[in-house]
Design a protein around this ligand. Structure first.
Ligand code: FE2
Length: 114
């Protein structure tokens, strides 16, 4: 999965790749900021996974969304300042979670294991 930042400032998930992509793909975990405060954390309980980010949720600095990627399906939850950046989803083999901080960009955890 690729997530790109367009020249317009929009952030988009790539559904189909073509050769000439002039917009810039966002690298995960590449900004000089606290890894622990940005990378999605998780707790697996039976067949459910609670995915969360230990990050501040201030007016000007917060987690905009968490995305769970199952490979063939993605689930995204958006947040506003002062909300708890947390979601509960079904556990499936090979799943990965991403988070997006409005100041520090895109972050990704390793595969979520039971
Ligand atoms: Fe941040």
């Amino acid at each position: 999965m690729k997530i790109i930042r367009c020249n317009s400032g929009n952030i988009m998930m790539v559904l189909k790749e073509v050769e000439d992509v002039s917009n810039k793909e966002i690298s995960c975990n590449s900004v000089d900021a606290s890894f622990e405060k940005h990378v999605p954390q998780y707790e697996v309980k039976d067949q459910k996974v609670e995915v969360f980010v230990n990050h501040v949720m201030e007016e000007d600095h917060y987690i905009e969304w968490i995305l769970v990627d199952y490979g063939n399906e993605q689930i995204i939850k958006h947040f506003v300042p002062f909300e708890d950046p947390r979601m509960i989803v079904e556990w499936r083999e090979g799943m990965i979670a991403y988070s997006y901080c409005n100041k520090h960009g895109l972050w990704k955890c390793d595969e979520i294991l039971k």
